[in-house]
Design a protein around this ligand. Structure first.
Ligand code: NI
Length: 183
C-alpha cells in the first residue's frame, strides 16, 4: 500500500480555527478521493508495518479542515481487531442528543495537528446521537459511544474551529476529573 499524499496542517495554522462550511451533493470526484485517501492514511497510521515504514503517528480521525479544506466532512477509522477497520464517513453532522454522563481519555486526547505533549483532560459525552450524510448524500442517524463518541465530538469540534487543547482548563487541566468516568 502506498501512503496517500496528504498534508496535515499543524495547530499553528490559523485555518484550523475557522468554521467549516456545509457541503452540497453530489460530491465531486476530488472530494470523494480525498475521503478515501484520508481513511487509507488513518488505517496505515494504525498498522505497525506502515508506522515503521513511513514513521507515522497513529490517528483514528481526520477532518477536512486539517487538510486545509473548510468543508464539514470528517472520517474515522476504528480498529476492530488487528489490521481490521471500520470506516465512518461523516458529512454535515448534527448532534441530535447527548448523554448526561461525561467521560474522558485518561491518557489525554491526541490530534494529528497537535504535535506536542498536552497536559489535561477533555470532558466529553459518553454517548451521542448524530444525524449526518454519507458519501452519496444519503442521510443517516448513528448512535456512538465511548471512544467513538469522543472521536466524533473531537472531529465535530474541528469543523467548528475548535481544537481539543482549547477545551482544557489551563489553570486546572484535570478540572472535574472526579465527576467523570475515565476510559
Ligand atoms: Ni484532531
Amino acid at each position: 500500500m502506498e501512503l496517500p499524499n496528504i498534508n496535515i496542517l499543524d495547530e499553528s495554522n490559523k485555518i484550523l480555527r475557522q468554521k467549516s462550511k456545509e457541503v452540497t451533493f453530489p460530491l465531486d470526484d476530488e472530494t470523494k478521493k480525498l475521503i478515501n485517501d484520508a481513511l487509507d492514511y488513518l488505517e496505515m497510521s494504525q498498522m505497525d508495518e506502515y508506522i515503521e515504514k513511513y514513521n507515522l503517528r497513529p490517528g483514528m480521525g481526520l477532518s477536512f479542515v486539517q487538510l486545509g479544506i473548510l468543508k464539514r466532512i470528517f472520517v474515522i477509522s476504528e480498529e476492530l481487531e488487528k489490521n481490521k477497520f471500520k470506516r465512518y464517513i461523516v458529512i454535515n453532522p448534527k448532534v441530535i442528543s447527548r448523554s448526561e454522563e461525561l467521560i474522558y481519555v485518561g491518557e489525554g486526547e491526541g490530534c494529528l495537528s497537535v504535535n506536542r505533549e498536552v497536559e489535561g483532560i477533555v470532558p466529553r459525552n459518553a454517548r451521542i446521537t448524530v444525524s449526518a450524510y454519507d458519501i452519496d448524500g444519503k442521510n443517516y442517524t448513528i448512535r456512538v459511544r465511548e471512544d467513538i463518541s469522543i472521536a466524533f465530538q473531537h472531529e465535530i469540534d474541528h469543523l467548528d474551529g475548535i481544537l481539543f487543547v482549547d477545551r482544557i482548563d489551563k489553570k486546572n487541566p484535570y478540572k472535574n476529573k472526579d465527576f467523570m468516568r475515565e476510559i
